[in-house]
Design a protein around this ligand. Sequence first.
Ligand SMILES: Nc1nc2c(c(=O)[nH]1)N[C@H]1C(S)=C(S)[C@@H](COP(=O)(O)O)O[C@H]1N2
Ligand SMILES: [Mo]
Length: 330
Amino acid sequence: MPLEALRYDLTPTGLHYVLTHFDIPNIDPERWRLQIRGSVLRRVELSLNEIRLLPAVRMPVTLECAGNGRSRLTPRPRSQPWIEEACSTAVWTGVPLKTVLAQAGPHPETVEVVFWGADHGIQDGHAHTYGRSLDPEHAMRPEILLAYEMNGRPLEPQHGAPLRLVVPGWYGMASVKWLTSIEAIEEPFKGFQQSVAYRYQREENDPGSPVTAIRPRALMVPPGIPETFSRRRRVDSGRVSLTGRAWSGTGSIVRVEVGIDGVWHDADLGEQMGEFTWRGWSFDWDARTGDHVLSCRATDAEGEVQPLEQPWNFQGMGNNTVQTVHVCVV
Ligand SMILES: Nc1nc2c(c(=O)[nH]1)N[C@H]1C(S)=C(S)[C@@H](COP(=O)(O)O)O[C@H]1N2
Ligand SMILES: [Mo]
């Protein structure tokens, strides 16, 4: 998502970031079915029409890729070279996952609920279908949706049509697109995207810890005009309204600070659209002629603050180092 699109409360669908590990699968929505299987009392199979007839929920949710910020790490880890643009907010319409799970009735021995996509490919030599799991308690939380609409329209192919999972507050990898089946299992899930990918590892052989909730982050709409190649900004001197968004999956945003050449000032916080969405912020800056470095930093209700230094990790996950924007005031 180009960062100037931070100006929209809801990201227009065509500007919403996209991440796909493999190809966008070819699915005929008429023939498509969602299966709920495994360690359940009743095997359930639902068509899209049957899912659409269930009581629906509409919820704005900010999604962020766990790899957002990866390009800022040195040495740069392999994988999608996001700078800071892998975040967006959409209104999702769908059925709470718990409604559908209750129809199947997972056995009490269930230790994980696995979500399978229709996409298949090879990552690090392993051919596999994209799959991710949640523990059963998390899966029953009311905010977790099986979404068939995004911003009031049927899901676009790149965003998971005809049905996707939305796990608010967690990095995007949990929100499985092109859902085909939900499987209750009685053993820990060993799928590649769960046990190998999406881990915070100090180095390649470190088993690491799983990537889960979104770390706090604030971003600003880059002020002024850009220079094509360096992306440095040119700003006219005088009062400049700096604006942006801040979000966190570990607690609501309670503070945003703006750094002007390393000196921090509190920004004004805007309305929060929902429990799982970004919050606007603004700060009036008296821009004086010369070169300046602007930054912004979020703090959430759990006291989590964005770091100033890179927390390097092997896969380049969860890098929420503060954003810096270089400007020349003229
Ligand atoms: N089936 C499937 N689901 C997936 C992925 C994928 O490759 N396959 N990518 C995940 C990742 S890493 C992210 S960040 C989000 C991105 O969702 P979006 O493309 O709708 O923004 O989808 C997640 N769901
Ligand atoms: Mo991602």
